[in-house]
Design a protein around this ligand. Sequence first.
Ligand SMILES: *[C@@H]1O[C@H](CO)[C@@H](O)[C@H](O)[C@H]1NC(C)=O
Ligand SMILES: *[C@@H]1O[C@H](CO)[C@@H](O)[C@H](O)[C@H]1NC(C)=O
Ligand SMILES: *[C@@H]1O[C@H](CO)[C@@H](O)[C@H](O)[C@H]1NC(C)=O
Length: 262
Amino acid sequence: MNFYVLLSLYFALNTSILCKRQKIIGGTVADIKDFPFLSSLRNLTTNKHFCGGSIITKRHILTAAHCLFEKDYSIIRIYVGSNYSVSIYSEGYDIESVRIHPHFTGYNSPGKGSRHDIAIITLNKEIEFNVHQKNGIIQADDVKVEVNAEILGWGLIIFPSKVYSMVLRKASVKIIKNTKCLEKIHLPIYDEHICSDGNTKFGVCLADSGGPLIIEDKIVGIASFCIPCARGFPDVFTRVYNYLNFIRTAVNANYQLNISVA
Ligand SMILES: *[C@@H]1O[C@H](CO)[C@@H](O)[C@H](O)[C@H]1NC(C)=O
Ligand SMILES: *[C@@H]1O[C@H](CO)[C@@H](O)[C@H](O)[C@H]1NC(C)=O
Ligand SMILES: *[C@@H]1O[C@H](CO)[C@@H](O)[C@H](O)[C@H]1NC(C)=O
């Protein structure tokens, strides 16, 4: 997830004890064919996965703003169509341009959380769609509470560590009310956030920053921040429903989005 925010939270909340025990973050292995819109953002210098994203058209990736904010885009490459978080198994795309939400608050605001954490990447060339790589469907209506959702990615499997999963993993979570989330997390939670319930068995690190929150195969959220890691605190996602206009505007009209009702 967002380690800059995580660090801020860490100090703001003095929750260092929460992170002492190493723990394998659960979930199960997933097949990219079931989530063909999932993409991996990698750092070409280190050749490491660092954020997730969702294919929303042949040329556009939906992700979190903090994955790209103040970064050198020329050393980021997007990989699609693979179960694996290592480059040799999949095709990479370079970034042509990035649209970060104009009101994104940045990630370095201790105790303040993170707002408008959403960005759209335009790729340098079109993704050829097939069963392993195609656009996801964005849910056009708002998310209900107490429903089940899925998180997925190649996120950390041990925390604290730098051990990312080699294979795609998924876990199921429950959407909770923002008021309940606020009670548990003690950080500002706004209408444009969605929270999933904390669980001590899995979560959090698994949902890579920038990766999707999914309900019935539709994208409803973008992993934004959390208190590490599967310690029973809610995970916080950007509520995609609040940004449909931003998404429509950021996407070149030549490329078709699929925004459908639940
Ligand atoms: C991807 O992972 C799934 C689940 O483990 C597996 O069934 C499938 O064969 C894998 N695909 C490739 C191309 O490795
Ligand atoms: C890539 O990794 C290098 C070396 O750790 C780091 O300096 C750089 O900021 C990273 N870039 C991105 C875009 O993550
Ligand atoms: C959106 O996705 C649904 C489900 O796969 C499909 O039936 C529909 O045709 C798609 N619409 C567009 C505009 O691509």
